[in-house]
Unconditional design. Structure first.
Length: 126
């Protein structure tokens, strides 16, 4: 059975790790750990909400500029609909676009075909 979680002393070093499925927490590569002791925490860098009209096409999106933020790496984006629709390719969602003005492209393909308020958060390393 694969060890997936370890908290304790291992060879004189304190470890706090949780591995990805199928990876032994003590023998697996650090890149395969979901959580590890040297990991830099993620913090919210920007957030907001916007009304997104229904449109079945992914080419019809709402653009949200993320002001005054510089991301070394693409941020982790969390999107939530205020009416409880779960994000997905056939419901609501979006993607991050890098550049001099970073932005999100948000879409609403969820039934019933109504305008939805989407809340979003951009998380990056501390």
């Amino acid at each position: 059975m694969t060890r997936r979680v370890y908290i304790g002393n291992s060879g004189g070093s304190f470890l706090f790790r949780a591995s990805q499925p199928g990876v032994d927490v003590l023998g697996g590569d650090i890149s395969r750990m979901s959580i590890y002791e040297g990991q830099v925490p993620m913090v919210p860098k920007a957030f907001g909400e916007v009304d997104v009209p229904y449109n079945i096409s992914l080419s019809a999106t709402v653009t949200v500029n993320i002001p005054s933020q510089v991301f070394t790496y693409p941020p982790f984006i969390l999107i939530k609909s205020t009416d409880g629709i779960l994000p997905g390719t056939d419901t609501v969602g979006g993607w991050f676009v890098a550049g001099t003005t970073p932005r999100l492209q948000l879409y609403n393909r969820a039934k019933p075909a109504v305008t939805r308020r989407l809340r979003w958060w951009a998380f990056a390393e501390l």
